[in-house]
Design a binder for this molecule. Sequence first.
Ligand SMILES: [Zn+2]
Length: 200
Amino acid sequence: MKLLENNCPICGKIVNNYGLCSDCFDLINKDPVFYYNIDGLEDLIVSSTYSGIMRKLIIDFKFNGKLAYGEIISEIMIEKLLEKNLSSEVLTYVPMYKYKERERGYNQSKILAEDVAKKLDLKCEDVFEKAIDTKFQVGLKKHEREENLKDSFKVIKIPEEIIIVDDVITTGTTIRELTKIAKDSGVKKVTALIAATEIA
Ligand SMILES: [Zn+2]
């Protein structure tokens, strides 16, 4: 049987298992310093900074069709989650407006949430729905982002404890809005798990 050869997507070095080589893996800052003040959020787990290798992986994953990189990103994301005591948490994700998702063909947050759930043997469910199409957040000021997203999400399922998964956190407006509507709907514990912070 021929062993499958893989290449590190960053430096091209041959690796045994699909993913980064250990040198590139070690170059990722897995201890980001950040501060977000989000009411009602039990815990905010951020795996890395949005820079260097992590930034390249996320951009290729999200915009350049390298969906398999979700496997690499989610592998990094579960490291910090494994340190927590998890039991009945349901993984969920930041939804996209359905026509936008159809246009892109996938929702990157959902792919990450499903990967993390699968690796940790937890459930992944649709907790939120994007009910209103909104402007792209990039370039908007914090208060404009809040105004833009206000009332655009809906809660469609109410598990006791959820972990919201997303790829990048910038101002935290999206997670703030989702946490608020989840708590208002009766979700008891809300945690967020994000691949990278843009403000660190
Ligand atoms: Zn490498």
